[in-house]
Ligand binder design. Structure first.
Ligand SMILES: [Zn+2]
Length: 329
């Protein structure tokens, strides 16, 4: 890593650290140029297995989050503009509201070509670029609005209005091919998404995974960054201290690099229970996604958001079916 992390030149926009408050989620300065090669993709070692987590409901947390210890002091701004949202830690209401919103959250992993060396799990989690583009085009044409994490948080916890047919698009594990094959499609269609990255895999020279600089590129293209912990271990099997370290160290690393709060979490392999959900809150997160299926999100369970798993075989027809829509002709 070089000193380039201090000042990031992205798509002609210089994102000086001190000017980070002016950087929103909507930068329209053109696409960062990214080399399109994906031939370096290998078998994943972090493919998520189907969740074994019980489908029980969450005991609502009742305390407010005070996650700001690790972050640089910033002046909260009352403006609702997207440009300021990234810079302010959000806090859960002291008493979580009884509210359910229908916001399907799509769970992708890799967007790329498959090859014979891949095992069945890795292949299943790899959506072909053409299929991904077709799925996004269908969502767009069908009137879905791809919202961001702040939109979901505000809708759940504060009753903020959402656009019609909201959807949240997510990518787990931080694969580099998301930058090559997903971000340009999303950017072109004006769709937001979130990439949950494993901070221990970033910047280690492994071409399968994103680099720190590429995280900034993704953000510039409208893809928010969330945490998928430091090392992708099953948090339910770790002692409290170790689980908190996984959660907190990854969040702090992302915040230090991106210069804004990062309060969005995806549990590795979807594994979570009441203890882990409590630790995630303690570690400063505001929303966390599971691999439990479902279209509706419960404001009383912000650390147990449900997702729809999108596989290589899902396709547009499968996506439409998951969303309860008629398959397109
Ligand atoms: Zn994962």
């Amino acid at each position: 890593m070089t000193g380039g992390r201090r000042t990031l030149a992205v798509a002609g926009v210089v994102l000086a650290v001190a000017a980070a408050t002016d950087v929103g989620r909507h930068l329209h300065g053109g696409l960062p140029s990214v080399a399109g090669a994906s031939s370096d993709e290998q078998e994943s070692s972090v493919a998520d297995a189907p969740s074994a987590a019980p489908a029980t409901t969450v005991a609502p947390a009742t305390t407010s989050v005070a996650p700001a210890q690790a972050a640089p002091a910033r002046t909260p701004r009352e403006t609702a503009g997207a440009a300021s949202e990234l810079d302010v830690h959000v806090a859960l209401p002291r008493s979580l509201p009884a509210r359910v919103v229908e916001v399907p959250i799509l769970m992708y992993h890799r967007i790329g070509a498959t090859d014979a060396s891949m095992g069945p799990v890795a292949r299943g989690l790899t959506v072909a670029p053409d299929d991904f583009a077709a799925e996004m085009a269908w969502l767009h044409d069908a009137g879905y609005a791809a919202i961001g994490q702040h939109d979901l948080f505000a809708a759940l916890e504060h009753g903020a209005p959402l656009p019609p047919q909201p959807v949240l698009i997510t990518f787990d594990d931080g694969y580099r091919n998301v930058l090559y094959h997903a971000a340009p499609v999303l950017h072109r269609l004006g769709m937001h998404a979130t990439a949950y990255v494993i901070t221990g895999r970033i910047g280690r020279g492994d071409p399968v995974f994103l680099t720190w600089q590429q995280l900034a590129h993704l953000e510039a293209m409208g893809v928010e960054i969330g945490s998928h912990t430091v090392s992708h271990r099953d948090l339910t099997l770790l002692a409290d201290s170790e689980a908190v370290r996984e959660l907190r160290a990854s969040r702090r690393a992302l915040e230090a690099d991106l210069h804004h709060p990062v309060q969005w979490l995806a549990y590795p392999i979807g594994a979570q229970d009441a203890r882990v959900r409590g630790l995630a809150q303690q570690a400063g997160y505001a929303l966390a996604v599971t691999t439990l299926p479902g279209l509706r999100q419960d404001a009383a369970a912000p650390f147990a958001l449900r997702r729809l798993r999108i596989l290589d075989t899902t396709g547009v027809a499968g996506l439409a079916a998951l969303l309860g829509r008629a398959a397109p002709a």
